[in-house]
Design a protein around this ligand. Sequence first.
Ligand code: 15L
Length: 264
Amino acid sequence: MKILMTGASGGIGTRLRELLPPIYPDLVLSDLTPPPNLKPNENFKQADLADLAAVEAICEGVDGILHFGGFSVEGPWDTILQANIIGGYNLFEAARKKGVKRIIFASSNHAVGFYPRHSKIPPDVTARPDSRYGVSKVFGEAVGSLYADKYGLSVTCLRIGNFGDRPLDQRRLSIWLKPEDLVQLCQIGLEHPAIHFEVLYGASYNERAWWDNSRAYEFGYRPVGKAEDHREHAMAEQARMKPDPVGDFYQGGAFCSAEFAGDF
Ligand code: 15L
């Protein structure tokens, strides 16, 4: 399979550039700017997601897309609009025009960040975004659903928790995603024959999980990361943080408390 990975210069993309080639040797990398440490054997194609013609060009001959591109945190509306709303739409539209069969869309826990931590949610809940960024992820999931139902693409939206080598604090003990586990989820999205449109949680085996990820397990997902193995480190980091009553109540953490002016 020829796989296109957008966001190749970002945090997730940088790590997956190491982990994907043994599984998908025909890998095309794309981003606004090339990764600083691009190797001679890597295939990089520059593209601005807000430019539909450029996105169509990078989709040429591709079988599946891992879409990690776009703006990955909260930001001003125009930034989110260009990178995630227009950029997200362009990605699906370019894929349709170029006959790409499968898309893995990097959604985020911030699409549902205003669910309280005491609730355990499955993928098919009403969206409760915690930021303009979260709204853009809900939009991306909706475009994915449309393109699956109307145009027959196979679409997997991964509501990614926090990607990294270990959970960074108490909140991340519930939402941590080990890089190798993200690779498993990408493989499911790219290859599982039964996927039409799915929303799965991008989380490892976390005992404190706020998400019911049984659907991913039905597709064969067997995460190897165990957040509690890193409990001591995460709790020590937590102890250095200031209390955040709103952020500590909701799943989205500081994305919820930022600009918060509601009743609490
Ligand atoms: C995300 O969606 C962001 O991309 C990442 O930078 C983290 O903030 C993560 O969520 C998180 O919630 O920890």
